[in-house]
Design a protein. Structure first.
Length: 649
């Protein structure tokens, strides 16, 4: 008797396809297979088996072969993928593809050191102990550890994980960046030994596949990783930890555009598990849900390592001649003289952020995107940080023919050069995605900094998160204004979070930490409240603004981006879709746009967006979902659907 497989593919096609199974019966649900699709062969996912062909289908092709020796997912993961597909308005194949590692074959992953670090004995503070007892006592539900940097959130996560482990429950620990995975792993090895799987994009696909199979087979019950680790097939799941909950990297940038927080909430509800989130600066949505009681707030109000909150100075840099103010340079010198270390933060890579003609002002922009090219002096190249296009610096102006070409603005590369000039006796090291491309280089730099061999650590987001160094006295935020000008309703929130988080790297172990916040807008309310550490004042103010403007958490949003090579096609597609939404009947849903995206051109595509908004998520979701079912984009037009977007650029 012939058997037929129901197969889905990683394509924006919301249907499954039937194929004949091999007669030996070696394949079943959960396998990845290679199957003919049109004139090509594609990898797909078997989601079901039946003994009769679907009605009305002509010739049914056969599966070419299995990709794996064993199934990679179980029925509960298919159900999770179905929820993901429905929630984020993508195909089931796209959902499964985002969940599963993409390795072609198994390969050994890097092992952790054979000798685990010596476990430290901690005495929990009363607030930490109360938090552990509350979470473990409840066993399930949504909790939020809101505590200042250095208040011991990680130790609470560890103790709760230990308690769940002792009950035979599994644990997923999520971090926002690969760079933080290493130190979390070290902490957990000290408590749990080697029984840990690590899932993040720093591993090769084959290494991720090996880790995935260990989890699927129940060989490990504790998983540490970045965003996609939320899908790990952990058996008898008891706890998901979402560290640094406020971070935007928990939101996927490609279909399905899921948020790890929402997926974690869904899994914990289904599996009667506890979700424990934590941050010194909760997202505005999380703060609102704590106020309404949907998430239980657990406060950790004080630093535990003998440190105190640092002194924060807002430095007006109008009139300064270079990227580092005289005040900040004096503090770097003073800090070094005391045998202590400095961290400098700037959220801009490269040497200069603009390359332009000094005669006519013509700015050199990317040929594929509507953004300025960034000058990387060390490589003598202009780079687009959105599409990756590279070109040699132009010697004559394309507009006026002048040879007076130059650069302005500054990135981490220029700051590194400035410090080397100003402080030749100091060892400075830069960590950003340009500087740490080599594997294991980041861990080596951080180790050297911890041991005092580096005096000044300079970097982008990598230095802002979770780093904890006893020798750091000074933190300098070189330009606090970079995110404030962005046309996005979350701009103030991101700027506030960044200042508070980066400031938290100072004074972790001593009471004399200092932070210098350089800004052209010292009077700005967001910068002023962040420097003063007035979290409640900022959140209450931001919530009032959001309510007046009708933005989350008081409404929900779905953003649709229409992109095409031809600007008229993109604009017309957005307009046509808006017409479909209007045709769905009036209700509690309104639309903003269509309008050109703030980043109007990316990778050669013209971009227009529609933002659909409602206080009722079911009404919003249903309206957009029905319109998507009806809509057939014209050739050359692509539609990106983003449910609950974190960025509107």
């Amino acid at each position: 008797m012939s058997l037929y497989a129901e197969v889905v593919f990683n394509l924006p096609v919301r249907k499954s396809f039937s194929y004949l199974l091999p007669e030996d019966g070696s394949l079943g649900p959960g396998f990845r297979v290679l199957a003919p699709f049109g004139k090509r062969s594609l990898g797909g996912y078997v989601i079901g088996i039946c003994d009769r062909p679907p009605e009305g289908v002509g010739e049914i092709k056969s599966i070419i072969r299995a990709i794996d020796k064993r199934p990679l997912f179980n029925p509960s993961q298919v159900e999770l993928a179905r929820w993901l597909s429905g929630m984020y308005l993508c195909s089931l194949g796209e959902a499964l593809s985002s969940m599963l590692p993409g390795g072609r074959r198994e390969k050994e992953a890097d092992e952790f050191p054979a000798e685990p670090p010596e476990g430290k004995s901690f005495t929990l503070s009363p607030e930490q102990r109360a938090a552990v007892e509350r979470i473990t006592g409840a066993g399930a539900g949504f909790f939020y550890l809101q505590g200042v940097t250095g208040s011991g959130k990680t130790e609470v996560f560890l103790q709760v994980a230990k308690a769940m482990f002792q009950r035979g429950r599994g644990v997923i620990y999520l971090v926002p960046e690969i760079s933080l995975t290493h130190q979390v792993v070290e902490s957990f090895i000290a408590v749990f030994g080697q029984a840990i799987a690590v899932l993040h994009s720093g591993l090769t696909p084959s290494q991720r596949l090996k880790e995935w199979l260990k989890i699927l087979e129940g060989k490990v019950r504790l998983v540490i990783g970045a965003r996609s680790a939320v899908f790990a097939p952990v058996q008898n799941l008891g706890l998901i930890v979402l560290d640094e909950e406020h971070e935007g990297s928990y939101k996927s940038g490609s279909a399905p555009r899921y948020h790890a927080r929402q997926v974690a909430m869904h899994r914990c509800t289904l599996e009667q598990a506890a979700l424990v989130m934590g941050s010194a600066t909760p997202s505005v949505e999380a703060y609102y849900h704590m106020n309404t009681g949907a998430v239980e707030r657990l406060l950790l109000p004080r630093r535990l390592s003998g440190g105190a909150m640092p002194e924060v100075v807002v430095q007006d840099v109008k009139g300064e001649s270079g990227p580092l103010s005289r005040s900040l340079m004096a503090e770097i010198r003073r800090t070094h003289a005391q045998g202590r270390q400095s961290i400098l933060f700037l959220n801009r890579r490269g040497f200069a952020t603009f390359f332009h003609c000094r005669s006519c002002g013509r700015e050199i922009t990317c040929r594929n995107c509507s953004v300025a090219m960034t000058y990387h002096k060390s490589q003598k190249v202009l780079v687009c940080h959105y599409c990756g296009f590279r070109m040699a610096p132009v010697e004559t102006c394309p507009s006026c023919g002048s040879i007076d070409m130059g650069y302005s603005g500054f990135g981490t590369e220029r700051i590194e050069e400035e410090i080397a000039k100003l402080f030749p006796d100091l060892t400075v090291c830069r960590i950003d995605s340009d500087a740490v491309r080599q594997r294991k280089l980041l861990a080596r730099v951080l180790s050297d900094f911890r041991q005092g061999r580096i005096h000044v650590l300079l970097g982008t987001q990598m230095v802002a998160k979770g780093l904890n160094f006893p020798g750091v006295k000074l933190v300098g935020i070189v330009n606090a204004d970079t995110g404030l000008q962005l046309p996005d309703f979350r701009a103030a929130e991101r700027t506030f979070n960044l200042i508070v988080q980066v400031s938290g790297r100072a004074g972790r172990f001593h009471a004399d930490g200092k932070v210098v916040v350089q800004t052209f807008r010292p009077e700005n309310e967001t910068i002023r409240l962040a420097a003063a550490g007035k979290l409640a004042d900022f959140y209450e103010r931001e919530l009032r603004v959001r309510q007046e403007l009708g933005f989350p958490p008081f409404t929900r949003l779905i953003r649709l981006v229409f992109r095409a090579r031809n600007v008229k096609k993109a604009r017309q597609a957005a307009s046509d879709f808006q017409g479909l939404l209007a045709g769905e009947g009036e209700g509690a849903v309104d639309t903003l746009g269509p309008a050109e995206c703030p980043l109007a051109v990316l990778a050669g595509n013209q971009r227009f967006h529609l933002i659909c908004r409602s206080k009722s998520f079911p009404a919003l979701h249903s309206r957009v979902s029905r319109a998507l079912e009806i809509y057939k984009p014209p050739a050359g037009v692509y539609v990106e659907v983003d449910v609950d977007p974190v960025s509107l650029l």
